[in-house]
Every structure is written in C-alpha cells, then in structure tokens.
Design a protein around this ligand. Structure first.
Ligand code: PMP
Length: 323
C-alpha cells in the first residue's frame, strides 16, 4: 500500500489485509475516481528462466494502468516502478504462489482518489494498493452467457476502454436476476444500435465460425484485454485465422440456431479462456452451443505459456526470483 500526497508517493509498505480507514466523503466513494488491474503470477513449471514464479506481461498491465489513470485524471506511475513493486510483492509472497497448473497468485493493483471532498474535481491524494490472493482460474467449467439487450455498459467517449471501477457498476442491475437463472456472464451489446456484441462482464469475446475466429475490433467502448491481444498475436503460430471484425448478434444467434459449427468464448486474465455452452436472453432464448475444441486448445496453450511449460514470445514472461 502507498499514499500519494503533494505530488509524491510515501508510506510504501507491505501489510496483512487490514481494513482501510476512509472519510465518508472520500472522493472515490462518491464520484468513482478509481481504477484497477487484474494480473497473475504463475508457478514456473517449465522454463529455465531464473525464477520460480512468472508474471505475465506486467509491462502491458502497467501501461494499461497508466492509460486508465490518465483517462480518470489521476497521476501515472512509473512503468518500471509499477513492475518492480509487483515483482517485490510476488517475491515476498512466493510461498503463496500455488503449485498446481491453472492456479496462480492473483494480483489486484488498485488506485483511488483519497481526498475527502464533495466536488467533482480530481483528488490531490491517492491510495495505491495491491491485493494478492491465491486463486483458481475464475471459471473451471464452460459458462453460460446472457445477451444483455436492456442495459448498456459503455458509451462512445466514455471510460469503457479503460479499467475504471465504475464501468462495472453498469452490470449489477443487469446481472442480479441472472444468477438465479444460472447465467454467469453478461454479453454486452454496443450502446448505440444494440446490434453488435462487445464483450462479457469481465472478459473479451471471440466467436469461431468454421475456420475463422472473430473478435470485435477495439473501440472506446471495449477494454483492450491483454489476453485478447495475446491470443491475436499467437493465432498465426497456432495455425488459426483470427480477424478483428464486428459481430452482429442476430447473425450469431441464427448461426448457432441453425446448427452451424460455432464456438463462443471469453478470455481474460482471471478466466484465461472460457468456452460458452449456453446463450440466453430475456426473450426466452436458450441456445446450447456445440463442443468447443478451439477454446479448449487455446486455454491449454495459454496456461502452458503462463506456467513456462511452453516458450512464450520475447518479453511476455517476467521471472520473479525467490528472495
Ligand atoms: N473486458 C473486461 C470488462 C474485463 O474486466 C476484463 C478483465 N480485465 C477483460 C475484458 C479482459 O482483459 P485482460 O485480458 O487484460 O484481463
């Protein structure tokens, strides 16, 4: 945890998970000046890199953290300091990095406006805190997804393409009734026409139709997922054709309903790759999907990379030596 005051970071320390004491008029609680990242340290199960834990693409996460900070009028962190801080944390907590493939030490760097004031102006004080907890992949079985036709997540010019805490507030009312129906993720549509799929609650979306795998192009309403980027970069070497192209939801539903060979899967740091086995919506649509060989292959491949069992492209793995 660290505190930012008068243009400088101070009180940097490692603590057990203690409650924070905040004034009731802390800026972030009222106006949402809060951002975060989701990262993972995996046990090194393969490579001869000099580390027993591997951080996956931490510089990418640092850069996205800074894009989020800039969008919300918050101070950026030095990229190398961000990565070094996480390395030090993982190195100190090495005993908490799980040994089992698929599990990891989940890291949640968070920064919020800590000035106590009731006005919509940026804070002058910030709190930066990294939570660390051993975790499984968020989904260990195929998921069901709900096409959200009523509410929207992000509009043009908004904060949808950065990791602002407030982006997730849009999902609560939409997701509340779904848990009872057994659906785990919302599939958001574009907020203007409600015709194209954008992303899941906490994952980017891919659709395979025959030999072609599509994912919606990045825009100011879609988070630039680091897993999404990794899959796009790996596709060629895996002999897969992946294209960034808008996906019309009505066409997708028709293709599944008519028995076409279709896969839908989500991807993200938490979920890695999560195949969808059922799609539903408020009109009573309940469409089971056929088996998902490509998603299964991509999930295994990503985990092998992240655990160092397979060589990763240069710069993706950051070995963290044990202290
Ligand atoms: N979209 C949203 C809304 C998310 O919360 C996440 C998880 N960070 C993603 C996409 C996937 O991003 P990444 O692969 O960088 O974890």
């Amino acid at each position: 945890i660290a505190h930012y005051r008068d243009g400088a970071w101070e009180d940097v320390r490692l603590d057990a998970l203690d409650p924070l004491s905040l004034a009731p008029h802390t800026q972030a609680l009222h106006y949402g000046q809060a951002i975060f990242e989701g990262m993972k340290a995996y046990r090194n199960l393969g490579t001869d890199l000099p580390g027993t834990a591997l951080l996956f693409r931490p510089h990418e996460h640092a850069r996205r953290f800074n894009r989020s900070a800039t969008r919300l009028g918050m101070p950026e962190l030095d990229e190398d300091v961000y990565v070094a801080t996480l390395e030090r944390l993982v190195s100190t907590l090495d005993a908490l990095v799980p040994e089992r493939q698929g599990q990891s030490l989940y890291l949640r760097p968070t920064m919020f406006g800590a000035t106590a004031h009731l006005s919509v102006v940026p804070s002058t004080e910030y709190c930066f805190v990294v939570l660390a907890t051993p975790s499984d992949a968020f989904f260990t079985a195929p998921i069901s997804a709900w096409i959200e036709r009523r509410f929207s997540r992000a509009g043009p010019g908004g904060t949808g393409n950065v990791k602002a805490a407030g982006n997730y507030a849009a999902s609560f009312a939409a997701a509340a009734p779904l848990a009872k129906l057994g659906f785990q993720q919302l599939l958001w549509l574009d907020a203007v026409h409600h015709t194209h799929i954008e992303e899941f609650t906490a994952m980017n979306v891919f659709v395979r139709r025959g030999d072609t795998i599509l994912t919606p192009p990045l825009s100011d309403t879609i988070l630039a997922g680091i897993t999404r980027d990794s899959l796009l970069r790996l596709a060629g070497s895996l002999g897969l054709s992946m294209v960034e192209k808008p996906v019309d939801v009505a066409e997708l539903v028709d293709a599944i309903a008519s028995g076409e060979d279709v896969e839908v899967f989500g991807c993200g740091t938490g979920a890695v790759v999560a195949p969808v086995e059922l799609i539903g919506d408020e009109t009573g649509l309940r469409l089971p999907l056929p088996p998902f060989p490509v998603a299964t292959r991509l999930r295994r491949h990503m985990l092998d990379l992240q655990h160092g069992v397979l060589p990763a492209p240069a710069g993706w793995q950051r070995p963290v030596p044990t202290r």
